[in-house]
Structures are given as structure tokens and as C-alpha cells.
Design a protein around this ligand. Structure first.
Ligand SMILES: NCc1[nH]cc(CCC(=O)O)c1CC(=O)O
Length: 313
């Protein structure tokens, strides 16, 4: 077994490489002598940089090529930001491990202002996330939201070049890349409910690779796993895979789960929110029942309108 080399398929953005190296190092630390190497790849999501993700086919763009590599046995595992992992997996592949969550919050980043509430009237804020756009606009209808794509470094560069007064990024990505000091405000969930799985890293592999799945168990973080399961169950019940204005965020305290959900129109005019509290064993049921409450409370109409402007997943 120790002669075998396990290959991690990874994108080449600094954040993707950080996450792949993190899993590589944790696997080698948990299993001394194990050989793990990276297989860097380019995905469609890395090539199409000038179009909002929602218009070019959604987040799946970042994972399809990595999945093909595993199915064709050119790689054994892939490391994903859970936020970018679609609901469904190709036959034969699955998500087997979720690592401990980093800061799940959205980060307000600016060279001029310390928080969203400090922004002057009509300030320009960069984000391509419909979820962030919705919540920003609901709180501050005067703000002008402009598209912002590219990896974390590219986005910060555009802010520094003066294209925006502020941008919103995931705190987790900034922290992992050592850019903590760029965060002016870690936005509380009450101001910006995070995306499903935000801040968590997940590992996908072939479901018949029992040897690898056993090795990966050492990296699973049970509390993160249960929170992300609740969030993903809500998301699964709500949608079909495109980029959507959905927030879903669970926290666990003494085995009690608190799940909050949000579906909104991109312009922030409509927002449906709800929550569930219950024992951790019911994570997935809570996600499903919250989704159904949101759907009946107006999310069905909001999502229909959003999907009409997008290609199918
Ligand atoms: N959509 C891109 C993406 N996917 C994961 C992260 C950050 C890290 C994470 O949430 O785990 C980011 C960047 C961002 O939203 O700022």
C-alpha cells in the first residue's frame, strides 16, 4: 500500500493550491510514509473570466475537469471549496470527507471605508455573487453593484486599482492566503448570510477506492460535516445547480444545530428568510423542511425569475 502514490487533482489558483497542499500535508501527517502528490489542472472556470458565472453555466465549471481526471484514473482525489461543489456527483464519485471549517463569514474589503454602513451614497461595490448582491442591496439600495471575477489576488488588484470603493470576498480565502489584514469587516451572518458550505474544504474521490476513503477518515471534521450537510440539504431541496441568491448557514452548539436560510432576488427587493433549531441527528431533515418553508414563503417565485435569466445547469 505504501508504494502507491495518491494524486490530488487541483486547480492552480493560489487558493486551490493552498487547499490541495493542506490536504496533502494533513494526509501525510496522519499516515506517515504515505505518498501524496498534486496534479495541477486548468478548468473552464479558470479560462472564462470576463462573464458572470451565472451566465456561463455556474460553479460546476470549476469541478467538472477534476472529476473527469478521477474517473479516467489520472487522479485519485480532488479538494474543493464546499461552496463550489454542485449538488449532484457523477456516477462513481462522491464527497467523502469535510475538513474543519475556516471563518465562514463574508469579508468587507476596502482601502477607504471600514464597513458597509460607512460607504457613502452611491458607492461602487464589487461582487459577482447574487447572494451578496441581494443582501448588500437590501441593506443599502443606493449602492452600485459591479461584477467582479477572477481569483482572490486579481480581485484585490482591481480594488487597489480604484475600480471599486469596496469588494466582498470570503473571509476564509483571505485568511488561508495570509491576507487577513485586508479584512475591514467580517460581516456578521445577520448582515450577510454566508453561502452553503462557505469556508469548508471537501474531498471527493472514487467511491470504490476503499483504501483512500479509509485514509481520508482521519481528516473528517464531524461538526463541520453536520453543519454543511444541513446547509446542502436545504440547497438541494431548493435548486438545480446554477448560481443562485441563496444563503444557508448552520452553527452547532452542544449538539444543537441552528440553521438559517435566505432566498432573495438579486436586486434585494425580495427576501425570504427562515431558521430551524434541532438536534444534530436531524441536520438533513431540518435543511429540507426549512427549504420547503422558504419555497412556500415566496422563494419559489424568486427562484423561477432568477432561473429564467440563466441557462440550464
Ligand atoms: N466562488 C469562489 C470561491 N470559492 C471559495 C471561496 C473562498 C473560500 C471558501 O469559501 O471556502 C471563493 C472566493 C470568494 O468567495 O471570495
Amino acid at each position: 500500500m505504501l508504494n502507491k502514490i495518491f494524486r490530488i487533482a487541483t486547480r492552480q489558483s493560489p487558493l486551490a493550491l493552498w487547499q490541495a497542499q493542506y490536504v496533502q500535508q494533513r494526509l501525510m501527517a496522519a499516515h506517515p510514509g504515505l505518498q501524496v502528490e498534486l496534479v495541477p489542472m486548468v478548468t473552464k472556470g479558470d479560462i472564462i473570466l470576463d462573464t458572470p458565472l451565472a451566465k456561463v453555466g455556474g460553479k460546476g465549471l470549476f469541478v467538472k475537469e477534476l472529476e473527469l481526471a478521477m474517473l479516467e484514473n489520472r487522479a485519485d482525489l480532488a479538494v474543493h471549496s464546499m461552496k463550489d461543489v454542485p449538488v449532484d456527483f457523477p456516477e462513481g464519485l462522491g464527497l467523502v470527507t469535510i475538513c474543519e471549517r475556516e471563518d465562514p463569514r463574508d469579508a468587507f474589503v476596502s482601502n477607504l471605508y471600514n464597513s458597509i454602513d460607512e460607504l457613502p451614497q452611491g458607492a461602487i461595490v464589487g461582487t459577482s455573487s447574487l447572494r451578496r448582491q441581494c443582501q448588500l442591496s437590501a441593506r443599502r439600495p443606493d449602492l452600485i453593484i459591479r461584477s467582479l471575477r477572477g481569483n482572490v489576488g486579481t480581485r484585490l488588484g482591481k480594488l487597489d486599482a480604484g475600480e471599486y470603493d469596496a469588494i466582498i470576498l470570503a473571509a476564509a480565502g483571505l485568511k488561508r492566503l495570509g491576507l487577513n489584514d485586508r479584512i475591514r469587516q467580517a460581516m456578521p451572518a445577520e448582515i450577510s448570510l454566508p453561502a452553503v458550505g462557505q469556508g469548508a474544504v471537501g474531498i471527493e474521490c472514487r467511491l470504490d477506492d476503499h483504501e483512500l476513503m479509509t485514509l481520508l477518515q482521519a481528516l473528517n471534521h464531524a461538526d463541520t460535516d453536520v453543519c454543511v450537510r444541513a446547509e446542502r440539504a436545504m440547497n438541494t431541496r431548493l435548486e438545480g445547480g446554477c448560481q443562485v441568491p441563496i444563503g444557508s448557514f448552520a452553527v452547532l452548539t452542544d449538539d444543537q444545530l441552528w440553521l438559517r436560510g435566505l432566498v432573495g432576488s438579486p436586486d434585494g427587493h425580495h427576501m425570504v428568510v427562515g431558521e430551524r433549531r434541532g438536534p444534530r441527528e436531524q441536520a438533513e431533515q431540518m435543511g429540507i423542511s426549512l427549504a420547503e418553508e422558504l419555497l412556500d414563503g415566496g422563494a419559489r417565485d424568486i427562484l423561477r425569475d432568477v432561473y429564467q435569466g440563466q441557462p440550464p445547469a
